[in-house]
Each structure stands twice: as C-alpha cells, then as structure tokens.
Design a binder for this molecule. Structure first.
Ligand SMILES: NC(=O)c1ccc[n+]([C@@H]2O[C@H](COP(=O)([O-])OP(=O)(O)OC[C@H]3O[C@@H](n4cnc5c(N)ncnc54)[C@H](O)[C@@H]3O)[C@@H](O)[C@H]2O)c1
Length: 462
C-alpha cells in the first residue's frame, strides 16, 4: 500500500482528525470494566508477598470493582502487617502461603514475591485449584518455562495472568493499532531503555534482587516489560540475542549486572536495541522532559515514543512522521522535479515536532455538541503545542487487576496470559545467558534446556 508521507510542518486539522480516528480504534481493545458492585459476586482473593509491589497491588485492589481481599501473606512480619492494614477488606494475615491455598473460600491469588519463588508458589496455587496472577518475570529458569506450560495447560479452566501492565495501557494499545494500520510503516527497529542513577544507594545484603541465585537482575526486573513491548509491536518473537553486561560500578558483593546492553534480532530482520544502566537516568525521548524509561518504535514511515506513567507523571506517547524520500518516480514521467525536491528536503535532515498519540476520549466523532467538539479541538491544539498531554482514563495497573477479576469470573483470556509470560521469561533467561557466556544465544535453545525432572531442578536451585 502506498502512503503519502506528509511533512509534519504541513499537518492540517484534517490530518489530526484522521489520526484521532485511528486512536478511536482502541475502543476495540479496551477491557470491559465492571461498573456495578455485585455484592454476591465478589471474587475472593489473597495477595501473597506484600513487599513493595504487593502493597501497591493491595492498595490498587481497593479501588477495583468485583473483588474482596480475604488474606494477605508474607514471611516478613512488618510487611505482613503493613499489607494487611492497607486493604479495605480487613483480610487475615497469614505467614505460610500454603495455609492460604488450603482455604476453600479463596478462589484466586496474586503472587508478588521474589522471582525465584514465582514458580513454586504458582505451581502450588494451580494444584490447589486457584486462579493465579503472578508478577513478572513469570518464571526464573528454563525448566520452569517447560513445567509451567505443562501444568497450566493441564488446568485450562484456571486463569493465569502476568503482571505486564503495559499490555493494559490505552496508549500502548493505540500504538499497536497504529502499527497495525501502517501509520508508521514497517517497524524495523525498537529502541528501549531503563536508565537509573542509583549512585549512593546501597543494597542491604542479602537483597534477593542482587543475588544471581534468586534474581534475573536488570533483565528480569526492568527489561522484561520492554522486551514484551517489542515482541508485541513487532508481532513476533526474537530469533537470537547478543549482549554485554557487567558489574562495573557497584562493587558491593552483588553478582547481577549493574548495566546491560542487549540486541535481539527478530526473524523478519527487525532488532530490539536495549539498554539498562545504573549510573545516569537521562531519557532523550519526549524532549528529555522525562527520565529513566521509554520505548521508541521505529517504522519506515514514522516513529512512536512511548512510556507508561509513574505515580507522579502521566503516561506519554508521541508520534512522529518520517520526512523521508517520497516514492521513487519513474524516469520520464515528468515528475522528476518533485522527487528531487522531496529528496532535498530529506538531505536537510528536517525532522518533525511530533504529535501526541490521542486517546479514545479525545477523538472527534461528530456526535458531540458544538461546545464539546470545540473543546476537543482546543485540547488537541494544546496537546500539539505541548501545553497539555493526553492522559489515560485509568492506571493500567488498575485495568489489569480489574481484567484479572473479570477473567476469573468469565474465563476470558488475559491479554498478558501464560504464553506472553513464558515468552517474556524465555527472552529474559536467554538474554542473561548470552551475556554470561559472551555468545549469540538462539531462542530455540530453550527447547533443549532445563528438561530435567522437577525434583532434580529444585535440588539444583536449592
Ligand atoms: N509489574 C511491575 O511493574 C513490578 C514492579 C515492581 C515489582 N514487580 C515484581 O514483583 C515481585 C516482588 O517485587 P517487590 O519489589 O515487591 O519485592 P520485595 O522484596 O519488596 O517484596 C517481596 C515480598 O515477598 C515476601 N516473600 C518472600 N518469600 C515469600 C514466601 N515464600 N511467601 C510469602 N511472602 C514471601 C518478602 O518477605 C517480601 O515482603 C518481583 O517479581 C518484581 O519483579 C513488578
């Protein structure tokens, strides 16, 4: 399909309206949110692991419709007490997760424990008949990839959802729509970074996060989200990965890398270039108004800069036209002049300012009142000027929790399901292997890895 590639400076209101129409398609992806509190139809769940993330979930569950927290569980008494006090539902506080799983009135569990414990707890929960929401990265070892696939497939009626919340973001769903509609052409590269400046921060040993026997390091903790975004946007899974990592700054006894640089190659030739460092948090995307993390989805006709929000900053997504050479003109067609003019435009290196990616609520449908329509145009104008930014109607974390409740009740398939989670974990495990062994690791190597009896795998990990 040939596509006119307008220079962003010549963008008209009509272009903006057309784009608003593209964003409108996200309504298709928007998860169905319950709006009525069904007193007799509350999903009864427990949160296992109420450290940083678990407490965040307990608080966000408070605002979710359709569920009731029956228990919180942690081996750490201080966290257990804190997690319990944060829930509106007065849940029981339990130290041993097996006691939670033994309760017949609990239908579902959310697991937010350290990575090395994800699989054993998820396994026990599935065997106990519970629906499971497990934080990313879903599993820790190659053996667990195979075992969890088998186990989950043996329990098809139980939901398994992974905490990859970008899948539940309206912005990311809009970006995916734009990719599918060809608005940025053929995606050839994704660049993603999560750069922190942790200088001065010490880890009180033995934090599980910096211990290779318990953690996948930056690859599992941070990159996992963004590798999943690349898979989703590119629409396939990587063929191989190469990478370099090191403990180059933080000589505090850790054995997980404090900086990683990875390149994933996809079967269609696309690449994900990934970087996570701990000594500088500059983010060049969004005119450097943000720090730390974001992704850049690069197509032959345009680019999307995107990131999720934090507690203090809204999610942001910008769309850039690619002011490139126009379609080659056949010699003698009399159009050589315009082709030359276009290519001279390219040679100036003229870029575009970028347009905000619009949410459904911002689109002009034609059904609104005169005033509403004027407001929408005005808002779009303000977005374009950078005075305002579009915002998601809901935090994707809330959306993912409500979607989990919904899936448990209806059996609907989660957007971040078992296969999304296992693919993501495979990418993480093999990227770490590529850095550890200093070689190109092919993703199909996972098929031969970790095929050992569960008991032996458990003993090895011990
Ligand atoms: N999706 C996201 O954006 C996101 C963000 C942060 C963390 N996470 C994930 O959440 C998980 C937890 O991270 P965190 O930052 O909360 O770590 P954390 O160390 O703050 O909390 C983990 C908690 O689990 C408890 N725990 C450990 N073993 C347990 C067991 N057997 N039974 C019950 N409780 C146990 C610990 O005592 C601790 O309170 C990790 O997998 C992490 O990657 C996801």
């Amino acid at each position: 399909m040939s596509r006119r590639n307008p220079d962003s400076s010549s963008l008209t209101r009509r272009d903006a309206t057309k784009f608003a129409g593209a964003a409108a398609a996200t309504a298709v992806f928007a998860p169905r949110i319950q709006t009525v509190k069904a007193a007799g139809n509350q999903l009864q769940y427990a949160v296992i692991g109420v450290g940083g993330r678990g407490q965040y979930h307990v608080q966000h569950f408070n605002g979710a419709d359709g569920g009731r927290c029956m228990a919180v569980c942690d081996i750490d008494d201080a966290n257990l007490k804190k997690g319990q006090s944060m829930s509106k539902d007065k849940p029981e506080a339990v130290r041993d997760y097996r006691e939670v799983l033994a309760r017949k009135d609990i239908e579902a569990v959310l697991i937010a424990t350290p990575l090395y414990t994800h699989f054993p707890i998820t396994k026990d929960a599935l065997l106990a008949g519970k629906h499971v929401f497990c934080e990313k990265s879903l599993v820790f070892t190659a053996a667990e990839v195979h075992e969890l696939r088998k186990l989950s497939n043996e329990h098809p009626k139980q939901v398994l959802q992974v905490g990859l919340q970008r899948r539940y973001s309206q912005f990311y769903q809009t970006a995916k729509q734009m990719v599918e509609q060809g608005l940025i052409g053929r995606v050839t590269h994704v660049y993603a970074q999560w750069h922190r400046n942790s200088l001065g921060k010490t880890w009180s040993p033995p934090s599980w996060r910096v211990d290779k026997k318990k953690s996948g390091g930056l690859t599992a903790e941070l990159a996992s989200h963004q590798i999943d975004v690349a898979d989703w946007m590119i629409g396939s899974h990587p063929e191989f990965v190469v990478g370099v990592g090191g403990v180059d700054e933080y000589k505090d006894g850790r054995d997980v890398y404090d900086n990683i640089q990875l390149i994933f190659k996809y079967p269609g030739g696309q690449k994900l270039m990934y970087s996570s460092i701990s000594t500088n948090h500059h983010l060049a995307l969004f005119g450097s108004t943000r720090t730390q993390f974001g992704e850049m989805i690069m197509g032959t006709d345009g680019t999307i800069h995107i990131t999720v929000g934090t507690d203090n900053e809204p999610a942001t997504a910008m769309w850039f036209y690619e002011p490139g050479p126009k379609k080659a003109t056949a010699a003698g067609s009399g159009k050589e002049k315009s082709a030359k003019a276009s290519s001279s435009l390219t040679s100036t290196g003229k870029g575009g300012k970028g347009l905000p990616v619009l949410m459904d609520k911002d689109k002009v449908t034609g059904n609104e009142s005169f005033l509403e329509k004027e407001m929408k145009y005005a808002r779009m104008w303000l977005y374009k000027k950078g005075v305002m930014v579009p915002e998601e109607t809901k935090n994707p974390v809330d959306v993912q929790l409500e979607a989990f409740i919904e899936s448990c009740k209806t059996g609907s398939k989660p957007k971040a399901d078992l296969e999304v989670g296992l693919e993501d974990s495979t990418n993480v495990i093999l990227a770490n292997l590529a850095m550890d062994e200093g070689r190109r690791v092919y993703m199909n190597e996972i098929d031969k890895m970790g095929k050992v009896p569960a008991a032996a795998a458990g003993a090895k990990k011990g």
